[in-house]
Design a protein around this ligand. Structure first.
Ligand SMILES: [Zn+2]
Length: 169
């Protein structure tokens, strides 16, 4: 691996255009430190609510965000299994350069990706919908994060009015 990341302040476009096999091998000085990696759904209806929630926790300016359809379901599903590789590459890169120690998965109600993968039946009741999101969070924690003891994991679900309920700590 060449010395791209040895620069104290490399140009933004160089960081993201340079290919690498394993970001953990990069020799880097921390460019910046954030507290949290937030994983959210792309849903256009909730962008300002997501920001408002993070502001309510005092985290504006202190988190990275990966956004993909379905949030937790986008990270691990059978329709688009290759998304997981892309997620993990981005995850490792951001961990390397920004050193977050808390991972926050934020799903939301009435999610189009959940409908696509699980079908409309998962919306038969709020309780069933909730349990589907909870099961997904548990699966991700167990399969992807069980060997990362330096990270804390949190899962929440947002209502369409922006209210947030804890799923998993
Ligand atoms: Zn969604």
């Amino acid at each position: 691996m060449t010395s791209l990341m040895n620069h104290q302040d490399p140009p933004h476009d160089q960081i993201f255009e340079t290919p690498f096999e394993d970001p953990s091998e990069m020799q880097s000085e921390p460019l910046r430190r954030v507290q949290v990696l937030l994983i959210t759904c792309v849903d256009f209806r909730l962008r300002s609510e997501v920001s408002a929630y993070m502001e309510s926790r005092g985290l504006i300016g202190h988190y990275d965000e990966i956004t993909l359809p379905g949030a937790s379901l986008g990270v691990m599903n059978e329709v688009y299994p290759h998304w997981q590789k892309a997620f993990l590459e981005q995850f490792r890169l951001l961990k390397k350069i920004h050193h977050f120690d808390h991972v926050l998965f934020m799903d939301h109600r009435d999610c189009g990706m959940y409908k696509l993968v699980l079908g409309e039946d998962h919306l038969i009741s709020r309780e069933v919908e909730y349990s589907c999101h909870l099961s997904q969070m548990i699966a991700i924690k167990e399969h992807l994060f069980q060997h990362m003891p330096d990270l804390t994991f949190e899962g929440v679900i947002m209502e369409l009015d922006g209210t947030v309920t804890s799923l998993l700590l």
